[in-house]
Write a protein that binds this ligand. Structure first.
Ligand SMILES: [Zn+2]
Length: 225
């Protein structure tokens, strides 16, 4: 659909439990998602979209730029901007040098290799800290997984499995440190009680600053890759 000269892709969802038509920005397509309750038709959804056209166009124009895994892309590594460069002959996999992330091999494999490498680095950076903190607290980590979790930066299961977003490798070290501390502290208290926060704050973190940083930068980091 065209709104104010802008092509806006629309995805429809049906949700029997929805009580009204819900319109939200779709980060994946730079468009919108219209969630329709049982009683609503697509045209009723479109009517809401036209009504909110100004808001939608404003929001879409304000989205941070998308950063793709390609030659010349600039992406943060522990908050330092790095240029992605293709070094076909380097035979060194992926490596970091002179403010660049260099990727060897065929260009068609660059996105995949870069993605794998970022996940590997995230895992290393996160695991080392997590095991050290867990050891200090006398708790046991069952398993650590690193994935592309859209809605959260980390989570902790009652069985002691920790999960983190690979995107933390793009955040400053002290922010990554806070997210790891938060999840490890859940191994002691699986809630957000005062006792839980006392454990977090004992792990040498800047809780408030880190939470604020995440609030301000989540959208930007979600748009990489
Ligand atoms: Zn929590």
């Amino acid at each position: 659909m065209e709104l104010d000269g802008m092509q806006v892709p629309i995805r429809y969802r049906r949700n029997a439990k929805a009580r009204q038509i819900i319109l939200r920005i779709d980060q994946d397509t730079d468009g919108v998602v219209l969630t329709l309750p049982k009683w609503a038709s697509q045209s009723e959804g479109l009517a809401l979209l036209s009504e909110k056209a100004d808001w939608v166009v404003d929001r879409l124009r304000c989205l941070p730029g998308r950063v793709l895994f390609e030659e010349g892309a600039e992406l943060p590594y522990l908050d330092e901007p790095h240029l992605v460069r293709h070094f076909p002959e380097a035979r060194r996999g992926v490596f970091r040098q002179d403010g660049e992330i260099r990727v060897s091999g065929g260009y068609e494999y660059l996105p995949r290799r870069l993605d794998d490498w970022l996940r590997k680095m995230a895992r290393a950076e996160i695991s080392d800290r997590a095991y050290l903190m867990a050891h200090g607290l006398g708790v046991k980590i069952e398993r650590i997984s690193v994935r592309d979790t859209r809605s959260r930066w980390g989570s902790c299961s009652p069985t002691g499995c920790l999960s983190f977003s690979w995107r933390l490798i793009m955040a400053p070290e002290w922010v990554l440190h806070y997210v790891v501390a938060h999840e490890v502290a859940h191994l002691v208290h699986l809630d957000h009680s005062a006792k839980f926060w006392a454990v977090v704050n004992g792990l040498n973190v800047r809780t408030d600053a880190a939470r604020e940083w995440l609030n301000r930068n989540t959208e930007r980091l979600q748009r990489v890759g």
